[in-house]
Design a binder for this molecule. Sequence first.
Ligand SMILES: Cc1cc2nc3c(=O)[nH]c(=O)nc-3n(C[C@H](O)[C@H](O)[C@H](O)COP(=O)(O)O)c2cc1C
Length: 187
Amino acid sequence: MKKVAIVYHSGFGHTEVQAKSVFQGAQSITGIQAFLIKAEDAVNEPANLNKMDAIIFGSPTYLGAVSAPFKAFMDATTDIWFQQQWKDKIAAGFTNSHSLSGDKLSTLIQLAIFGAQHGMIWVGQAEMNTSPDGQPGHPDAINRVGTMLGATAQSENADASETPGGGDLKSAELFGARVASVALRMK
Ligand SMILES: Cc1cc2nc3c(=O)[nH]c(=O)nc-3n(C[C@H](O)[C@H](O)[C@H](O)COP(=O)(O)O)c2cc1C
């Protein structure tokens, strides 16, 4: 079995819904054992992730960047980084924000550089923007904003029940499955 961890933060529950879809996608691949881990827990013992074959990072976009609790997790990996213990593991990332763009790409770049700092191998979103009715921005469209660096979702921030919708969650699921499939191919 190959192990895939989804390490995420969600301040109000929206990104958590996206994270669960990434988890479902990863878990759907035969030969994969997936783990859904809050950044607030991982921050205490990040070395527990050393046994993973792939780590998928997820954070809401706050002010065009990862959230503070997710950054705390990132900083807690400094010893691991110094010893390059995650070198050649698979890495990937996803983010969610209120606006359709919301500068989510900035967060994904931050996550990809984090993976690169660790010597990890970054896997992007392989799903092209597709929609059932030919409208690229349709709520049911796959990869609605056409971001290839990682998975993205958009959600209203009025209350926690207004979470990412159909196309974004399907994109997250496909993304989790892809990352898990790549992890399976690694020796
Ligand atoms: C401190 C803060 C900063 C935010 N900055 C952005 C932003 O830069 N772009 C954006 O589109 N939404 C922004 N939002 C909205 C959140 O991304 C949005 O509400 C998201 O769904 C929250 O996810 P969560 O419930 O997982 O925390 C911000 C929200 C907060 C609380």
